[in-house]
Design a protein around this ligand. Sequence first.
Ligand code: 5AD
Ligand code: SF4
Length: 480
Amino acid sequence: MVKKQPGWALPDLKEAQKRSHHQTVIEKALFAIPPHIQMIGQGKKYYLRTYGCQANERDSETLAGILESMQFTPCSEPSEADVILLNTCAIRKNAEDKVLGELGSLKRLKSDKPDLIFAVCGCMAQEEEIVTLLLEKYRHVQLIFGTHNIHRLPELLYEVMSEGKRVVEVLSKEGEVIENLPVRRFGKHKAWVNIMYGCDKFCTYCIVPYTRGKERSRAMEDILDEVRILKEEGYKEVTLLGQNVNSYGKDAGIVGGFASLLEETAKIGIERIRFTTSHPWDFTDEMIDVIARYDNIMPFIHLPVQSGDSEILKIMGRRYTREQYLTLFHKIKERMPNCAISTDIIVGFPNESEEQFENTLSLVDECQFDNAFTFIYSPREGTPAARMADNVSLEVKQHRLARLNERWNQYAKLKNDAYLGKTVRVLVDGASKKNDQIMSGYTETNKLVNFVAKDAKAGDIVTVKITGCKTFSLDGEQCE
Ligand code: 5AD
Ligand code: SF4
């Protein structure tokens, strides 16, 4: 057992479950690097690796911004680094295993470079069980901090560097919304824009409400200002981010909620607007209407269903039935026939019967999703589902996942086949990884296209004629 040191703040699951009723305070000047810390990264390099979702990607842009404000420079090889920072994900056990494996294999670097600092942050740092494991078995990890106190990185890192101490600061109660954090965007043409933090849905399998705290919306003007600046800087696409974007504004009483925010963002005139993730429960007609009315809001919606069986949905705490999901799905398709829809599905939820699983397959048959992210249920400590007895073997779960993947892949291919001979608008990301004569980018409906370019360069939006269709991508040729 590692003894708790004075000054450590360890994660507390019970505390993380609570929801305070006070309205979120927007802090515009909370972040400042004290003068004695401003240069501590001079001549030093950091290696930052991100696991998990877009919220983590966006947090990493802030972490990079903070480290660079302290004069650290980035490097792409862990062996060159003075600080190795892993921004972690806790959504499923295999995400955690990846991080633990990486920490294990990178440990050897410490013997060549004793001053090397290992730091762990993100969702895994919010878990009691994981922090105990890191403290006891991963003794080379010197700094652990959570999702609510990224702004404290300068002071925490300084403590580790100047005193050689192990530092743990994980807050289990969400903080305020901080508006003045530095950011180093990783993309030049596409940007992530947080619109809210946390989640209050408490689906029974999900750890996110515990690791990311209660829902807190940013002020609409702050979001719109960020988008305006991005447009001025030449960005072509923004993705509005939240665990649950359609709840935007409810915590703060923002009039019009997400539909209004989307509309105001569209009026700024940036070329492409995307958003993720939408919960089917509070997806309103106004939102569908705004998406349909503005050409610069992309006709693509990620709409996780999780299961096609109403009984399982109820035990998952998803707040809708199979029929309600289908009604929403068809309403979207009726209003926007060209809208692509993708989904998330969990198989092998505790006690899922063969018949219940087949209901998921038949829902996939009815919806014919453009894309799907499919997972085997993974019990997460502290969630209600983790306490449920489960009579489904891993073998059965794996077989169901394979059957589900085969099914949705057929429809993904069918959807892609419909593009043959059509022309589409593609925002170019750059040369394809496999062949630099070929450029790649995404259609408005979020289809990956590899195409023979004429004069297209990264950041352009070009017209491409589709000449070939695969399950996960399209091939094409740039038009005149
Ligand atoms: N096990 C498996 N998949 C999960 N997801 C969330 N929690 C779990 C879990 N415990 C999936 C859901 C969610 C996506 C981001 O991850 O499908 O939509
Ligand atoms: Fe998890 Fe449900 Fe919140 Fe999504 S809506 S983050 S699945 S609790």
